[in-house]
Design a protein around this ligand. Sequence first.
Ligand code: PLP
Length: 438
Amino acid sequence: MGSASTTKTSRTQEILRRAGESLVGGVNSPVRAFKSVGLEPLIVDYGKGARLWDADGREYIDFIGSWGTLILGHAHPAITAAIQEQAARGTSFGATTELEVELAERIKRAIPSIEKLRFVSSGTEATMSAIRLARAFTKRDFVLKFEGCYHGHADSFLSEAGSGLATLGIASSPGVPQALAALTLNAPYNNLTAVKKIFAAHPNKIAAVIVEPVAANMGVVLPAPGFLSGLREITERAGSLLIFDEVITGFRLCYGGAQTLQDITPDLTTLGKIIGGGLPVAAYGGRAEIMNHVAPLGAVYQAGTLSGNPLAMRAGIEALKILEAPDFYSDLNARAEKLTRELRAIISASGVAAHLNSTGSLATLFFTSQAVGNYADAKKSDTQRYAAFFCEMFERGILLAPSQFEALFLSAAHSDVDLDLTLSAVKESLEGLAAVRT
Ligand SMILES: *Cc1c(COP(=O)(O)O)cnc(C)c1O
């Protein structure tokens, strides 16, 4: 475990200097900038299990896990071996392989609402394509999403979005045509009354409601009882499609989607992150009657040069094989339960105004005295205090998401020792914050 202090001549500083000259902001995705916690981007050298090492050899217990992708930790031996074996057999053919069929069959077995699916390479492509399909299928243009949910960076989703936009305080992005932005309607998460009002104001115009069935991009926010079933009823009655964006929740909470646990059948589902075993894989799928509108069966065009490439498919299949073990999720969730229970005890003993939202191996510590049930609540958090907490933890070798509005991801690779170290670091860090309380 290392300290975060760096010298001007360190490898990290040298790489950062070069990164700043060639990469925009030194990064290839804004959440990696560490701007909101007042630090410079982390330069990673390598990772193994729950740990990673930066360019100066400092070791961290990693709770980012490639933003939820690495439920098995870094460089899992079975996945690494599968990737190596496949690499020697070819990494992309631009033609179908049996591997695509196998991963698709595994996903269908785990998530029965998916009768047919299409693989793509990022969550953004999956949600963007799902919306195009929903618009074509319903012959309607409007889309309803929820404030603080993140569905990737396609034009239709960049208003009141979570994740990096929430972190940077960006309400909407320049470059999205006004005419298109006007077709995206926003409601507060967990607010069915607002949803009903929006439907009443746009009769027969809303193609789809897209929602994270557990929100994890404004920090973790759980669906209130009846919220998701209410959305199912409202959309069904209005002839709109219900899209569950399970890019984070898919294979995170159980072997399947959050929909499996909540017993709700969406029309379409988007997946990503975990299903690629650490390689770029995402998918959208759902009722065959809808999916059959996608080319080449239908006229809705969507394509991808590297979609379903064999390297990524092998990694995904290998990951799902491991996740399918009978005790995988009960073990992971029990460990997460223990971690969050002890975290809650430490928080309440510290006297720091904070709320821990959690479900399964997802959690967010919000620095606010009030419960957090939507984006407006989440935004009441003291982000400077989160930044101070992040830095305290970082100095103790614990890597949390560098933003109040993201989740902590526990993986199966985190050991008891990792969790004990984390809990004592939290205790010390919160004591430090309580001492400077105004
Ligand atoms: C990460 C994420 C996306 C976008 O996926 P990318 O692969 O980053 O494009 C979409 N929806 C949700 C819920 C996500 O968490």
